[in-house]
Design a protein around this ligand. Sequence first.
Ligand code: C2O
Ligand code: CU
Ligand code: CU
Length: 481
Amino acid sequence: MNILKIGGLITLVSALTIISCHKMDEGNQAIAKAIVEKSFSTSIAIPMVMDATNASFAAKSSSATIGGQSLNTLSYGNGGILGPTLKINQGDIMNLVFANQLSEPTNIHWHGLEAPAAQDGYPTDLTEAGNSYTYNFRVTNRPGTYWYHPHPDMATASQAYRGLAGFFIVTSPEEQALNLPQGIYDIPLVIQDKRLTGGLVYNPDTDDQNIGFFGESVLVNGTSGAMMEVETRTYRFRLLNGSNARIYNFALSEGLKFKLIGSDGGLLDAPLEVSNILLAPGERADVLINFDNMPVSTELFLESASFSGSSTQGNQSFKIMKFKIIKDVADNFIVPTTLMPVVKISESSAVASRNFNIGHMMVHGNMNEVMHPIDGKTFDANRRDEVVQSGSVEIWEFDNTMGTEIHPMHLHGLQFQVLKRTGGRGTIQAWEKGWKDTVLAFPGEKVKIIILFPENKGKFVFHCHNLEHEDAGMMLNFEIK
Ligand code: C2O
Ligand code: CU
Ligand code: CU
């Protein structure tokens, strides 16, 4: 076993004195910062598209004007905030020359892609400040919406929050043949909440570390109070919850519905009509929205509806962005009746099942700081927590029965399928019917997934995608042998 250098980072975690391990007193639980709605008058930014087979960019300090304020940000590439949308054909080799122009170590994780272990942004595989690294691997994933963000141990939340994230879009001739809306009618939307007062500073207090770092402003593609002018036709929107901790229960005003066509791992087998899509941090949904038959100058909103199941968030409904109809056009688009086959992994092919308790917290020190362990353990890069066989099928269960918090559980380097949810919502949701890499367990829920481990061997992580939980150690290793 090679021992990875970790620069003393995890020693901090292991040095904490764990006094007790029990359920938190609900009465003391903090709640998410409320959203303050804006006037929705700023044209939405659309990230530039970059060919992933021949790409280069740097992570660097930048600045951006957001909500009328000039803020210090981090970005990939052109400045401002966020990074370009990398685009590739399924089966092509991506090549990205990446420079770290930050003053701290960083790396890039390809969220949802079947990346080789050495290029997946393992938390201790870092590119030091001033250095470069070339990411080069074949992208085998199905057509769909993936994304990238930094993943350094204990600094993912801070770097992603300050602006480092971007879309990674995979397409194929099969997808093109479906004639889904393209170009200016195919729009990625990353939704993130930020604190805009006092600069874009990541300074979580104890409550933030416990429940997540929430902002009062919702940004879409880095735009606060975002507005998009649309025509009376069908658009494809790729929704990504890129927030540190906030869940959105996406809905549309004017009684409009979504045609759900894709989830984390690409296109579904057939479109599904839904009025709500609840996405936790890390999750994606590909949707079609039809603005047909709406009079010019109609304004409608992408919103987050209130939801139940969590004591820390969900009691507020708020607007996220505005669509304004500006042009009446003839549209002969027909929603395809089938999209792309989703081959079910058969339960009887599973050779092992594993159960992970994600519902216990550890309180230490002054009883205010909380750790969020998985099975009583926090991240240690020198451990192999689970060893699995490449090409084998396993069933994993995330058990939040005893928990009081929301945990979106994410596995690196693969896509899985959701088999079953018991407790809480009790069912598999529409957006969980295709391929997934992140699955939400509300308090009281147990979620079972089925995984076919890919050919890429090596050590990967799985973790809670509440980035404050992840950075507080809610992350373990699995090694594919
Ligand atoms: Cu998007 Cu390990 O995460
Ligand atoms: Cu990931
Ligand atoms: Cu969590």
